[in-house]
Design a protein around this ligand. Structure first.
Ligand code: C5P
Length: 254
């Protein structure tokens, strides 16, 4: 089969031209990075886990009527998605203070917020994805006021779904990031959840022990990232509970 054309090389995913116009293949790599690419590693199996987990979350969202770019998973590392115009924002929803919010405001990590808070960063690696007020976004034409109202409502619906789903398996959803894409149907625009939803882009803490089951394990050197992601996948029933991530050497099957 002819090699598909690569159209984008990202830190954790590569994008290839899809089989039909308007489609893209997302390839999930094992690369992990933190601190805007300052810390890097290859975590064996991470791409496979994130491909499965993102499929699980995107399908769940679609089932409750939240539009996403997801079409179908193709294999262990690839999924077919609709080609969208990505709005250059990281849409972050926080239920508890952690990460940059805790640092910026001097709050203790884990402090419950009075309500879910939605914030926006401008997607730009060279600038370190700076936090931006809604007024900048509208003034600079990255999105309209109507888009922003729709994005906030989409983000809060995603939060309700993810928080409930995770609560059901004993995990607290501290915060997460999503990206939103525009889908055009002639002149009619629809906003959909795009990119990925995985433990790379969420903070997930065990409700009982507070153990971190997300990318902070890598960012803060807290142990095995693949063990953490495997635990999330097992609890959600995305992997059978007896699977371990331990990479196996090729074996001869008689
Ligand atoms: O670092 P910060 O506290 O702002 O992150 C908030 C949430 O957004 C975390 O769940 C983090 O994993 C996610 N995030 C992300 N990609 C980024 C920045 C943050 O997925 N570039």
């Amino acid at each position: 089969m002819a090699r598909r054309k690569k159209i984008y090389e990202g830190k954790a995913k590569d994008l290839f031209e899809g089989p039909e116009p308007g489609t893209i293949v997302q390839y999930f790599k094992d690369n992990a990075s933190a601190g805007n690419g300052e810390k890097k590693a290859v975590i064996e199996g991470k791409g496979v886990l994130n491909n499965r987990l993102s499929e699980f979350f995107m399908l769940g969202l679609q089932q409750i009527g939240i539009p996403t770019h997801f079409i179908k998973r193709l294999n262990m590392r690839e999924q077919l998605v609709r080609q969208v115009e990505i709005i250059p924002l990281e849409v972050i929803v926080r239920n508890y203070a952690a990460g940059t919010m805790a640092k910026r405001l001097g709050m203790e990590e884990g402090t419950a917020l009075p309500r879910p808070i939605v914030e926006f960063s401008y997607k730009n690696d060279d600038l370190g994805d700076p936090l931006v007020p809604e007024e900048y976004i509208i003034a600079f034409g990255w999105a309209s006021q109507q888009d922003m109202d729709d994005i906030v409502s989409l983000a809060l619906r995603v939060n309700d779904f993810l928080a409930g789903t995770m609560y059901g398996v004993g995990i607290k959803l501290v915060d997460f990031k999503i990206e939103i894409g525009r889908l055009w149907d002639n002149d009619f625009q629809r906003l959909v959840v795009a990119d990925e939803i995985s433990p790379d882009s969420c903070r997930l803490w065990d409700i009982e022990t507070g153990q971190k089951l997300d990318k902070d394990v890598f960012r803060r050197d807290l142990g095995s990232l693949s063990d953490a992601y495997t635990e999330v996948a097992k609890r959600l029933g995305v992997l059978p509970s007896n699977v371990t991530h331990t990479p196996h050497k090729p074996t001869l099957i008689n």
